[in-house]
Design a protein around this ligand. Sequence first.
Ligand code: MSP
Length: 510
Amino acid sequence: MTPKKKPYYITTPIYYVNAKPHIGTAYTTIAADTLARFMRLDGRDVKFLTGTDEHGQKVEQSALAKGITPQEYVDDISQEFHKLSDLFGFTNDAFIRTTQEHHKKSAQALWMKLVEKGQIYKSTYKGWYSVRDEAFYNEDEIVDGKAPTGTEVTWVEEPSYFFRLSEWQDKLLDLYENNPDFIAPKSRLNEVKSFVKGGLKDLCVSRSSFKWGIPVPNDPDHVMYVWVDALPNYISNLGFPDENATDFKRFWPEAIHILGKDIIRFHGVYWPALLMAAGLPLPKRLFAHGWWTLEGEKISKSTGNTIDPFEVVETYGADQIRYFLLREATFGRDADFSTSALVSRINSDLANDIGNLVQRVLSFAFKHAQGQIPLPNAFTENDKALLKLAADMPEKVREHANEQALHKMCEEIWAVVGEANRYVDKEEPWALRKTGIERMNTVLYVLAETIRHVAIVAQAIIPNAAGKILDQLAVSKDRRDIHALETPLISGVDIPKPEGVFPRIIAEEK
Ligand code: MSP
């Protein structure tokens, strides 16, 4: 009996539609897509969710400025995020929009659960609000008249609903204590802990000074505060409030939320508190990645300091950008986007290391081994060492994937590529053509088998190129998952004429 596939639920934040996607927002989805792809290759039952966060004062104001309705405005920009999915080949199973009816009903149902449990009450909010951050700030957080993030704040006094967040301080601290892996990396866990230890005030969860939001049940003068509307997307996508819905039962709480470090407080404090208060189980893990900077400044649509993903993909290619973002940053830390670093990664890791390896081996086999990956003869210690390195690699990558260490996933695969290149130089198959065809055949087989391992796992990172490499190795489409690596490469079959997968497209900058 085949074991039932283990569920794996991965999410990105839902993106604000106040501007078009930029490379920083693409990054979160590239990371989640890579993990989703790897887990599928590894035989997991994956659900991967992304989407757009479409309510709030910021959207209402932007639509007004353009002279269109908020709905027209969000329909337009949400499309840009769909185009981004096509651009990078994202494999999300669903795309949620907070303006969808099923989401609105779900968020309202969560609200009602909180009301029933006495967790929401009406009072008056007096304090600072940043429209750009869609966040409330305490008096002691204001620096020189601005939010700690540097955005403008306005003084707000309005009747509001409040969530009894203050009641959850101890439960949250217990959660972090008993589940030290709940928030990663550690630095973020510590940040969240000290925020909660500093004391929690009840959270204002409704606004009445604008209309563009999900109406508060039984009080149409109020709309839900944008985070209380947005966070439940992770469960509304699974069919909540129907707790017997197939997806909800299967994938909640098997959730891993990938997000940027700027929104860790919302995910690490408000979200678990809301869920606990509603009597719902908590997600398994939150991973907060760092920021991409452009010459030291945060890339952000609100400051206009952006890199257009459509432009860089047009110039360098989608796989190239995916690889660069995943490999260049230690996942969880900040990193700087620079053209010279990008070009050097493309030329060294992609064109030189993997591109050349594949090209050298396959062209040689095509020309000098009758257009086939030949059958091997006896393996030497050197052959066995390379084959073992390749065979052990998927397990190492799996361990890193389980910890969302995306840069290490890349490193592990490329360590095999590096070793394979050293093997080619040492074994010199071109010289063997004259001195020993049998040995040449074995060397070619060992290399092709190594390349198959690399390409199968690398499908998670560079899906287009890895797919092409597998085509060139004549690996059938139904034998491209990690399980297929348990049986050896089928050699002695014709391979197509090889073509370069990673051309050295750009001259390296001096
Ligand atoms: N709508 C909220 C999320 C609600 S989730 C229930 C939001 N949206 S956002 O569009 O502003 O940001 C979405 C994600 O993009 C965040 O994870 C954020 O950290 C990430 N990034 C935005 N700029 C970024 C960089 N410059 N670098 C890396 N990630 C960046 O917040």
